[in-house]
Design a binder for this molecule. Structure first.
Ligand code: MG
Length: 272
C-alpha cells in the first residue's frame, strides 16, 4: 500500500473508532450519586464476558468446580487417631457421580478458601432413612466453615423450624419448604456476602441469598453469627476467605455437582 493511501486508511479508521465510541456512551451526562461514573458513561468498565453452561445448574465458564463426579481432590479432612492434628485425604466415598458422607469420619473441608461467592450444590437424602427430627439425614453446607445452610430430610420430618432443610441453622427458617423426598436430588444456589471485620470488630455482617430447588428461601438475609447449637451465634474475626465445609452429622447424605464462583470485585470492576 502506498504511504499516502495508508495514512488515509488509518485516519478513516481512527475517525470511525471515535464516532463509534461516542455512539455507545456519553461524557456530558450527570454523575451517578456516590459513583465515579456518569449516567451511560462511555468509560465505565464493562462486565466480564462469562460463557454459561449448556444447562442451568451446570458450572459456567468461570466457576471453580469442587466436585465434578469423579474425585475428592479439592477436599480434605481432619485426621483422627494417629493422624490427629494433620489434614488427610477424605474418607467420604465417591460412587457413580456422587459422593456420600462417611458417618463419624469428620467434616469434609475444601482445600481452597472463599469469601464473597456464588455456590451451587446438589444433595440427596438416603432412600432407606431412619431417625427423626435432627437425627434424620443431617448434614450441612457450612460457608466459611461457620455459617450453615442446613441439609436435612425435611420432606416429611418434623423438627424446629430454624433447623429444617434450607434454614440458616439456629437463626432463620427458610421462607418455604420445597424439599424433595428421600432418594431425589435437591439443589441450593447461594449468594454469600462475607462479613467484614475491622480492628478486631465486626464492621459488616454476612448476608446470604438462597434458592432451594429454584425457589428463593432467603433474600439477602442478615446472618446473626456463626452456627451454634442451642445458643445465639456471634461473630469472631476470621480471614476474608475461609474453606467451605460439608458437615458430617453421622448420616450418609449424598452430594454432587458442587461449584463456586468468587464474587470479589464483580461489582467494582475497576478494582479487580
Ligand atoms: Mg446440619
Amino acid at each position: 500500500m502506498k504511504p499516502l493511501l495508508l495514512l488515509a486508511s488509518l485516519a478513516a479508521a481512527a475517525l470511525f473508532a471515535q464516532q463509534h465510541h461516542e455512539s455507545v456512551g456519553f461524557k456530558d451526562t450527570p454523575m451517578l450519586p456516590g459513583l465515579p461514573w456518569r449516567v451511560h458513561d462511555i468509560d465505565r468498565p464493562h462486565p466480564a464476558v462469562v460463557t454459561p453452561a449448556a444447562a442451568i445448574g451446570q458450572p459456567p465458564w468461570d466457576a471453580i468446580v469442587l466436585f465434578d463426579g469423579k474425585d475428592l481432590s479439592h477436599w480434605e479432612q481432619r485426621g483422627r487417631g494417629a493422624d490427629r492434628g494433620k489434614m488427610v485425604a477424605p474418607k467420604w466415598k465417591v460412587t457413580d457421580g456422587y459422593f456420600e458422607a462417611a458417618p463419624g469420619s469428620g467434616d469434609l473441608i475444601s482445600r481452597e478458601k472463599f469469601g464473597d461467592a456464588q455456590y451451587h450444590v446438589e444433595w440427596c437424602e438416603p432412600e432407606s432413612i431412619k431417625g427423626e427430627s435432627q437425627d434424620r439425614g443431617n448434614s450441612g453446607f457450612i460457608i466459611m466453615s461457620r455459617y450453615e445452610i442446613q441439609v436435612l430430610d425435611s420432606f416429611n420430618n418434623l423438627t424446629y423450624a430454624d433447623g429444617q432443610a434450607g434454614a440458616i441453622y439456629g437463626q432463620w427458617p427458610p421462607l418455604v419448604n420445597p424439599a424433595r423426598k428421600q432418594g431425589e436430588w435437591n439443589t441450593y444456589d447461594i449468594v454469600f456476602e462475607a462479613p467484614v471485620f475491622e480492628n478486631g470488630a465486626l464492621k459488616k455482617p454476612a448476608f446470604v441469598t438462597v434458592f432451594f430447588n429454584g425457589i428463593v428461601v432467603h433474600n439477602r438475609k442478615e446472618i446473626i453469627g456463626r452456627m451454634v447449637y442451642r445458643q445465639v451465634g456471634t461473630y469472631a474475626p476470621h480471614e476474608t476467605e475461609e474453606p467451605l465445609l460439608l458437615q458430617d452429622h453421622n448420616h450418609p447424605v449424598r452430594y454432587r455437582n458442587i461449584w463456586v464462583r468468587k464474587l470479589k470485585g464483580y461489582d467494582q470492576p475497576e478494582k479487580r
